[in-house]
Design a protein around this ligand. Structure first.
Ligand code: HEC
Length: 367
């Protein structure tokens, strides 16, 4: 097991004097209730044996970590920062505790009602809105992926492997066929991304989320009209206040300078082929046309394998640049078994380190 030390930040620790007593006593009962006392907690990233799949990297040499992914339903940034999320809401708004401080046990087990969310049987505490208004039959709440990383002089390689029926891979060609998919979001600088990962870009007004505007409304709005689009996609909360309310140019360019853009890589797994995508998330989610995406995937022996190949140094402002000695934050999503849009599994954020300590340590390989 990889011993991953997180900062002691759960029970009994609070940040402001004013809130000290109430938070502390609330946290104490909460911790007993949810059994989440984490003095120096371990995350669910556990060493397990590895097989070698890639031609380029000898993956048997890379440390393997177990990454937990869960079904979030319509869990959005708005829910997460609201009173519906109780203490979680208050802590996240101030950028204090991370998801895993409250939702991972010290043994690294997920403490979140993911099975109930997937089954559509759990509601938000205050609003009584369902976490999943359209449950998919038989969908389980949690899956795990084995994650490894390696780097050479030019590239960072991130490999994920998970058990699957391979429904997307094995399906027949048809216009309605939905491929399976693995995606990874990467960012080096944003504190909120580091703590809350993909959730900073998931909103109630996105396409297929509960408060999405009508297609008509979207396509008649200048920003989307210019793009010829009728769907609202992922956006970072610091780039837009809502689907149609942008931050000022000044704020946006400041945020870009600070590294607020999130790099997004994805690989589609459908009809016995893998198709890579390279994109980004900021005030919208876009795929890059010109950039050569590099990712591959396959399904064999009841398991999918996806390998993302990320250039370390790039002049493309839409891609992340990483150097030896640095760590990047990442969030992973997996679309399985005909799941489209929001009906995927997602991870809490984790770090990948190149020659530095991180949740997933990339091994250095020669070219
Ligand atoms: C300060 C602790 C804290 C943090 C940080 C936190 N949560 Fe929570 N979360 C809670 C508590 C407590 C509940 C239960 C609320 C209730 O039912 O009263 C909860 C409930 C939830 C639920 C509803 C399902 C369930 O198990 O009750 C989801 C989904 C969720 N949190 C996701 C997240 C995600 C994603 C993050 C990070 C972006 C996060 N939480 C961060 C404390 C936290």
């Amino acid at each position: 097991m990889i011993g991953l030390n997180l900062p002691a930040a759960c029970c009994g620790e609070s940040s402001t004097h004013k809130e000290k007593i109430s938070i502390r006593s609330f946290m104490r009962s909460l911790c007993v209730f949810r059994s989440i006392f984490l003095p120096a907690a371990a995350l669910a990233l556990i060493l397990i044996p590895v097989n070698s799949h890639s031609k380029e990297i000898n993956w048997s040499k890379a440390e393997a970590s177990r990454l937990t992914l869960f079904y979030p339903g319509v869990t959005s940034w708005e829910f997460l920062t609201s009173e519906d999320h109780r203490l979680g809401g208050r802590e996240i708004k101030q950028g204090r505790k991370e998801c895993r401080h409250c939702h991972m046990s010290k043994e690294g087990e997920l403490d979140l009602k993911a099975d109930e969310i997937a089954a559509g049987t759990v509601k938000m505490k205050r609003s009584h809105n369902p976490f999943e208004p359209e449950p998919l039959p038989g969908r389980k709440g949690v899956i795990t992926a084995k994650v490894q990383a390696a780097y050479d002089a030019d590239y960072l390689y991130i490999r994920a492997e998970w058990e699957s029926k391979g429904a997307g891979w094995n399906q027949k060609k048809s216009p309605s066929a939905i491929p399976d998919r693995a995606s990874i979001q990467l960012n080096k600088s944003d504190l909120y991304f580091r703590k809350y990962g993909c959730f900073i870009a998931c909103h109630n007004d996105l396409n297929t989320m509960p408060s999405t505007p009508s297609k008509k409304e979207v396509e008649s709005t200048p920003f989307y009209k210019a793009l010829g689009r009728d769907d609202v996609r992922l956006y970072a909360f610091y780039a837009k206040t809502s689907w149609n309310e942008f931050k000022s140019e000044k704020e946006l360019s400041k945020k870009l300078k600070e590294g607020g853009r999130i790099d997004l890589r994805s690989v589609e797994l459908g009809e016995k082929a893998s198709t890579p995508y390279n994109g980004w998330i900021f005030d919208d989610r876009r795929w890059e046309d010109g950039a050569a995406p590099e990712a591959s995937g396959e399904w064999a022996g009841g398991r999918y394998t996806a390998v993302f190949k990320i250039r370390l140094k790039t002049k493309d402002p839409y891609d992340i640049s990483v150097s030896d000695g640095e760590a990047v934050s990442a969030g992973m999503a997996i679309h399985e078994d005909g799941a489209a849009k929001r009906k995927h599994y997602v991870s809490f954020p984790f770090t990948i380190g190149l020659g530095t300590d991180a949740d997933v340590k990339a091994i250095k390989v020669s070219d």
